[in-house]
Design a protein around this ligand. Structure first.
Ligand SMILES: [Zn+2]
Length: 67
C-alpha cells in the first residue's frame, strides 16, 4: 500500500510503499529525494483500520535547521 510522507526538512511530499508482510512495526531511514536529508520513519500497523500509522521525524546525525 502506498503512503504519503511529508519530508520534515523541506516539506516535500512523496509516496512510499509499505508491506504488512514485513511486520507490524517497522522502522527505517529514508533519504529525501529532494533535499537528501535523512527522514526517520516509524510505521505501526493499525489493525482497526488495516493500514499503517506513520511517525515521521528527522533522522539522526543531522544539525537542526530552522524551517
Ligand atoms: Zn526533503
Amino acid at each position: 500500500m502506498d503512503y504519503k510522507v511529508i519530508c520534515p526538512h523541506c516539506r516535500e511530499k512523496f509516496a512510499m510503499t509499505l508491506y504488512h508482510e514485513d511486520g507490524d512495526d517497522q522502522e527505517f531511514i529514508y533519504d529525501c529525494e529532494v533535499c537528501c536529508h535523512p527522514i526517520a520513519i516509524q510505521a505501526h500497523w493499525d489493525s482497526a483500520h488495516h493500514r499503517f500509522s506513520l511517525n515521521v521525524g528527522r533522522g539522526e546525525g543531522y544539525d537542526e535547521m530552522p524551517i
